[in-house]
Design a protein around this ligand. Sequence first.
Ligand code: FAD
Length: 276
Amino acid sequence: MSQNTGSISDIAIIGAGPVGLYASYYAGLRDMNVILLESLNQLGGQLGALYPKKYIYDVAGYPKIIAEELVENLLRQAQQYSPKIYLGEKIVDLKVQEDRPVELVSEKGNQYFAGSVLLAAGVGAFMPRKLDLQDASALEDKGVHYFVKDPELFRDKRLLIIGGGDSALDWSLTLQDYVKEITHIHMLKQFQAHEESVLKLMQSEKINVHIHAQLKEIHGDDYVAGATIINNVDGSEQKLAVDEILCFIGYLTNLGPIKNWGLEIVGNAVKVNEKM
Ligand SMILES: Cc1cc2nc3c(=O)[nH]c(=O)nc-3n(C[C@H](O)[C@H](O)[C@H](O)COP(=O)(O)OP(=O)(O)OC[C@H]3O[C@@H](n4cnc5c(N)ncnc54)[C@H](O)[C@@H]3O)c2cc1C
């Protein structure tokens, strides 16, 4: 059943990723009462949904911190001012009228009212780009993974990691302490990850790195039993004995309903000026 929360908050924040959580704290600090609306059933945005157990190395004040711990800290910080948090509330409509509070409507039909709205929706809805290979979808969660739910799953396994960005490299470096061995492949010569991570990857004794390498075939019927990789320069192939495949080849994003709110959208972002 839909509901009308009735009360008018000073600010409604759409999205409870790190930006929305911190904004919630800061608005509280400035004596505003806050409602925080999140479409997922959990807090933390991409950190909670895509990489809760991954270390993050580039947050000011933390040499390293696990993503879910950062989310817990952000929540504790925000909770000092008791924001009203609504999970599972995807905002699908925004009505802005002269001299009246902004009305926000969720997919479930609930209405919220606020003096101002902060869009902290990140890149909108997001999902990992999947492997375009026969058998990859049949073996998803049966040895083919796009998230790390629990590093323990990879304990003492032979792992193939695919990708050249920060996610792929951060996971190789984190999981090397769990696994038997890692083969890390990237289709290009250059990695897109931070230089420090690339250096550590290359120096690791537990990680075999192949550049110009792509996944050609996954072996196994009910669970991954191996993989064949191909060198995209000389065409040579190599069959690998691997137990698990972790794939980080990008994310597909979609601003969804935000596109229809009359905002000027450039690419996948809302255009702002110095007054936002
Ligand atoms: C695998 C991976 C690893 C990464 N590692 C790092 C790293 O080590 N260091 C680093 O600095 N960055 C890293 N990033 C990037 C970082 O996660 C993002 O920059 C960050 O999450 C952006 O925060 P945000 O709060 O703006 O958006 P998000 O985290 O995307 O959160 C936005 C929230 O808004 C919600 N939302 C969207 N639309 C609506 C709607 N209509 N109604 C209600 N809710 C809505 C979404 O559900 C989401 O929870 C990584 C990203 C990925 C994918």
